[in-house]
Design a protein around this ligand. Structure first.
Ligand SMILES: [Zn+2]
Length: 215
């Protein structure tokens, strides 16, 4: 799907008087095309904003959504950047690529973050569906009903980060694998991350904690 919001000609950055009222940057292109841009702005606009609204509406008339591949990348999850065992094996750093948590498959990024029985158990108990999702397209992970849509990508990154931290604890500190230890650490950081959100959005982080507590 084409996403003109995300490139260097970002509408919120270019048309500031029009976009500053409401978080238009948080809406997808599909949302804007479906609802109309006016529905994503406050009722009363300044003269400058009304002029820009006309420009935005003209731009939107030329936007066509396609079935082309999404061009986003996930820096956390590409094989070049995450030092998973499969990657280290290819570089000659370790003798074999086998995952040290489950001992049953090569530790690729997708295996470590999604498919390893340990990770799969975490995602499933949180209510996510990992089927056929690749780490390099982590945004396609089907969201848990218990996690609000807004800022949901933060929850995904939080869990991915803690899966990596937990894996390092098992390998480098010889601690036993433990879902309860990983979830407790994840919840602790969710509580800290809450304070990076706007006050109005902090109940979202509390929903993350409730989802983690329900496991
Ligand atoms: Zn594994």
């Amino acid at each position: 799907m084409a996403t003109p919001w995300a490139d260097e000609r970002s509408l919120p950055a270019t048309l500031q008087p029009c976009c500053q009222y409401r978080s238009i940057s948080e809406a997808s292109v599909a949302d804007i095309l479906a609802d109309g841009v006016r529905g994503h702005l406050v009722p009363r606009l300044t003269t400058a904003a009304r002029t820009e609204l006309t420009e935005v509406q003209e731009i939107l008339q030329s936007v066509v959504l396609t079935e082309e591949d999404d061009r986003r990348t996930c820096p956390l999850s590409t094989d070049r950047q995450l030092q998973c065992r499969d990657n280290l094996h290819k570089k000659g750093v370790v003798d074999d690529p086998v995952c040290e948590l489950c001992k049953i498959a090569p530790e690729t990024c997708t295996h470590l973050l999604l498919d390893c029985p340990f990770a799969h158990q975490i995602w499933t108990r949180l209510g996510y569906i990992t089927d056929r999702c690749a780490a390099s397209r982590i945004w396609e992970l089907r969201r848990s009903p218990a996690v609000p849509a807004k800022h949901s990508e933060c929850m995904v990154l939080l869990v991915c980060w803690h899966i990596c931290k937990h894996r390092n604890e098992v390998i480098f500190q010889q601690l036993p694998p433990s879902t309860s230890r990983m979830i407790a650490a994840c919840k602790e950081h969710a509580n800290l991350w809450k304070f990076r959100l706007k006050i109005a959005d902090r109940p979202i982080a509390e929903a993350w904690c409730q989802a983690l507590c329900s496991m």
